[in-house]
Design a protein around this ligand. Structure first.
Ligand code: RP5
Length: 165
């Protein structure tokens, strides 16, 4: 009968590998690593959301831009947000339209400050009020700081203030 099981302690070699992996991750955090993660629910959000990146670039603050939908790619969003702090990010900017769950879902998976950008689209109800309410109406304890409709520039400015404080 085998003495191994799926619950067996992996032993010192595996532990050493894990420590080495963590040290490699820390070593890879350089001055070029992004400080702000800019995420959005669709590629169609990019023309507005890239204005946040432009503000940050003007101020010399590194950022990265990713498309991931809270509804279409929920696992991707959870993984990204859970790992964000460990990767060196200081703030997440999240933009989405319609039911706009992305900022709130991001805030549920990270302790980092999340800035929500409600976006308008061809399918918006009440001119984008649907997204505004979705972004700001968060339950107590899971805050999202929101900027105005389509105002990704202000998200960039707010993220810069947070990073530089
Ligand atoms: C939202 O639905 C997205 O953030 C976008 O604003 C809107 C429309 O998305 P697409 O149908 O253009 O992909 O989830």
């Amino acid at each position: 009968m085998s003495e191994t099981s799926e619950f067996e302690n992996p032993g010192p070699l595996a532990e050493t590998e894990t420590v080495a992996e963590v040290e490699a991750d820390i070593a890879s955090l350089s001055e070029d690593s992004p400080l702000v993660g800019i995420i959005m629910g669709s590629k169609s959000d990019l023309p507005v959301m890239e204005k946040a990146a432009a503000v940050l670039t003007e101020k010399g603050i590194t950022s990265e831009v990713r498309v991931m939908s809270a509804h279409r790619d929920p696992e991707t969003v959870a993984d990204y947000c859970k790992n964000a702090q460990m990767r060196g990010l200081k703030v997440i900017i999240a933009g989405a339209g319609l039911s706009a769950a992305l900022p709130g879902v991001a805030a549920a998976h990270t302790a980092l400050p999340v800035i929500g950008v409600p976006l308008s689209s061809a399918l918006s109800a009440a001119g984008g009020l649907d997204a505004i309410l979705s972004v700001i109406q968060m339950p107590p304890g899971v805050p999202v700081a929101a900027v105005g409709l389509d105002n990704a520039k202000n998200a960039g400015h707010l993220a810069a203030r947070i990073v530089q404080t």
